[in-house]
Design a protein around this ligand. Structure first.
Ligand code: ADP
Length: 716
């Protein structure tokens, strides 16, 4: 494709130069004919003879050009031009000023040959002109004998004639240059327009492709989530988990491709808002908990409590950067040569400059120095990664570097092959507000093991920030021994998971460790099974790999029975919504979705969340149903036959305005993930939007948000 374009361009350039010759030749032919007329009038056949080579050369060049021998045509044209001027200089008296014809020749090579592609011919013609001019200047007009035309005729007729001819030819040359430049500009503009059209077509194609893939993926992801909540055997759970992981991987590839196309189109924009940074980092780390566990990697997090609670940032993009770096670190630390567990640490704090700085370091395969240069280029993967088939598209880091740049920051890498890598991102803190909420634990002691692996030492600052003492024991055995003495003001944190450094005993519970029931103890585990079984037995267990600060704070607050609002990012639950449903019969939901599978998914999801909904196939039916009344909220697909989601919203908002009706919240469920679609939804009067595939959690959050609003409106 590209070579074809280059070939076309080359052909175009050649044909432009040939056209120039043909056009300029007309000027030369007319000049030659005028000279012949003058020769006839003065009865000086010599003058007519001198124009001979120019006329012959020009006609020959035109014929060669028409015979599609453009380079030969142009070479002949130039050669005969130089020959004519040289002959004229050596045969005419100096009174005829024949040297000024060199002015015409000087522009000739540049007009005739393309700089860059035909440099040899250009230089040859230029040198021939220069040699001819030097010869004339050094040797003089009369070097080969007395001039053929007498002085008087030369002064009276030839000098003004030569001047006029030079003017005409230079005029033609300049005009041709002008036409060339203009043609180039027009062509440039046309190709720019074409490139823009092609880029738009590519974006449209990607948007359409994304839409087409997202629609069935909504069926897969939605139903898998529903299935996950039912009773399953271990084998079935494993299968479901694989389907879920594969769907997520597929979606993330689509996201990356869309992002790359946004970057290429210069349309990557940030949505800045007040962002609770700890939550963004904790959610990212929490999302990868299972991924880390499946890859035998311990994930830890270190957060500086001095950081502001809120900054102005794009939370979605910050999460994307963190997820990209963390998932790479986990992926490339999985197969440790000595069979050790991989270690990935996320450290968030201030840089020396006072910017926000976070580092993702791992002890994985590392990156060769020669690859670091192209690390942030799209589709680049190191040879080792390609050889061992780690998967991935090679787009993640290219997107990360663009996003960090958008945030006004930078990303740096340090790595040693076989020893691991460390990616550091820095960007300015804008609009810092508040401090992290910490409970007052004055007089309390938190005791743990000196274990650099689980990231607990990172919490020293936090614990001390709560005015408590952070005490560490050399070994877990020493800690367990200390826990034998019950003290209401001390909490013992005992690591029990399968992490490195934990030792043989991985079981959880006071009984297993022979610790008195009264001793306040938190068990750390990265095993979900242990977690589920033992939590039922009344033990306090905290998920390690990573340990979340908010979860630790909540646990400590619970143990010491303090009054403090819940912090843990994972504490959102569907209970409040379900309770509301049970109390008041539940809000009435109307849903419009044209895809039959997605109708089933949406109905099942709403059922899971405790709602029954009226689900219709298009906007027209939805409008009819809404007009019948009794609808508290509408969920609508954007693209539907007959009346789409946008039109439906317009119709509803219009009728509400005309008849003074209460506003029904409308939430779009769109498969078009391109930026701008959300804005479009809000612009037509919708109240929010969800992207397909819609998770149960996202749907719950959106419904909760809008039902709260409905509640407050009706209460008001
Ligand atoms: P992907 O991971 O999808 O291949 P990325 O753009 O995220 O694409 O990464 C590009 C390449 O950079 C990877 O294929 C790998 O060769 C290298 N790389 C990135 N992060 C790490 C890391 N933590 N350790 C080793 N190599 C890495």
């Amino acid at each position: 494709m590209l070579t074809e374009e280059a070939k076309n361009l080359e052909e175009d350039v050649v044909s432009i130069h040939t056209k120039v010759i043909i056009k300029t030749s007309w000027g030369i032919i007319i000049c030659c004919l005028c000279w012949m007329g003058l020769a006839f009038y003065l009865d000086e056949p010599v003058i007519a003879l001198l124009t001979g080579p120019a006329l012959f050369g020009t006609i020959l060049a035109v014929v060669l050009a028409l015979l599609e021998m453009p380079l030969l045509a142009r070479s002949v044209w130039s050669a005969f031009g130089i020959l004519s001027v040289t002959l004229a200089n050596f045969t005419l008296p100096s009174a005829a000023n024949p040297e000024i014809m060199y002015l015409v020749l000087l522009g000739g090579p540049f007009l005739t040959f393309a700089i860059g592609r035909e440099n040899f011919h250009l230089m040859l013609t230029f040198c021939a002109t220069a040699i001819s001019l030097s010869a004339v200047l050094i040797l003089g007009n009369d070097f080969f004998g007395t001039p053929w035309v007498n002085e008087d005729i030369a002064r009276t007729y030839l000098a003004p004639g030569t001047l006029i001819m030079v003017f005409i030819l230079i005029g033609i040359e300049m005009g041709t240059f002008g036409i060339l430049v203009h043609t180039d500009q027009v062509r440039l503009e046309a190709s720019r327009r074409q490139a823009r059209r092609a880029s738009r077509a590519k974006s449209d194609f990607l948007a359409a492709m994304s839409h087409e893939i997202r629609t069935p993926m909504n069926g897969v992801v939605g139903m898998v989530e529903i299935l996950e909540t039912s009773k399953l055997t271990t084998e079935q759970s494993r299968i479901i988990e694989t389907i879920k992981d594969s769907s997520t991987a597929l979606l993330s590839i689509i996201e990356d491709i869309l992002d790359m196309s946004r970057i290429e189109a210069g349309k990557l924009a940030l949505t800045l808002q007040q962002t609770e940074i700890l939550k963004v980092f904790e959610k990212s780390a929490d999302t990868l908990r299972h991924f880390a566990d499946a890859h035998n990697v311990t994930l830890s997090m270190c957060y500086d409590p001095q950081l502001p609670k809120f900054i102005s940032c794009d939370p979605g993009r910050l999460r994307q950067i963190t997820l990209n770096l963390l998932s790479n670190a986990i992926k490339f630390s999985k197969s440790h040569p000595e069979g050790l567990r991989g270690q990935v640490l996320l450290t968030i704090g201030f840089s020396k400059k006072g910017d926000l700085e976070f580092t993702v370091s791992d002890n994985g395969i590392g990156i060769a120095q020669e690859f670091i240069e192209s690390l942030f280029d799209p589709f680049e993967q190191s040879a080792a990664v390609r050889r061992h088939d780690f998967g991935g598209s090679g787009l993640g880091l290219a997107i990360v570097s663009q996003l960090v740049e958008k945030l006004g920051g930078s990303v740096n890498v340090e790595s040693q092959i076989g020893c691991g890598s460390s990616f550091t991102v820095q960007f300015p803190i804008v609009d810092a507000k508040g401090r992290i909420d910490l409970p007052d634990l004055t007089g309390k002691t938190i005791a743990s093991v000196k274990n650099p692996v689980d990231g607990l030492p990172c919490f020293k600052k936090f614990i001390e920030g709560c005015n408590a003492e952070f005490k560490t024991f050399e070994t877990r055995e020493a800690l367990v021994e200390a826990a034998q003495t019950q003290n209401d003001n001390v909490v013992y944190i005992i690591p029990c998971g399968t992490d490195e450094g934990v030792g043989e005993n991985a079981s959880i519970g006071h009984e297993a460790w022979e610790i008195p029931e009264e001793s306040k103890t938190i068990f750390l585990s990265n095993s979900q099974d242990q977690f589920a079984n033992q939590e039922l037995a009344g033990e306090i267990i905290l998920s390690s790999s990573p340990i979340l600060i908010t979860a630790l704070i909540d646990t400590l607050v619970g143990i010491f029975e303090l009054e403090f609002p819940k912090q843990d990012i994972r504490h959102s639950s569907i209970q409040p919504l379900l309770a509301k449903v049970e109390e008041g019969g539940g809000p009435r939901i109307l849903a419009a979705e044209d895809n039959q599978i997605n109708r089933v998914v949406l109905t099942s999801q709403l059922e899971k969340l405790g709602h029954s909904a009226v689900v219709v196939e298009d906007g027209a039916k939805a409008f009819e149903a809404w007009q019948r009344g009794g609808c508290d909220l509408i969920l609508t697909d954007c693209q539907m036959p007959t009346v789409d989601g946008f039109e439906l919203t317009r119709m509803i908002r219009e009728k509400e305005a005309v008849e003074g009706l209460a506003r029904t919240p409308i939430i779009a469920i769109t498969a078009n993930a391109l930026r701008g679609e959300g804005d479009r939804c809000l612009a037509v009067g919708m109240d929010g939007y969800l992207t397909k595939p819609t998770s149960l959690e996202d749907l719950r959050a959106a419904l909760e948000l809008h039902f709260v609003q409905v509640g407050s409106v009706s209460a008001g």
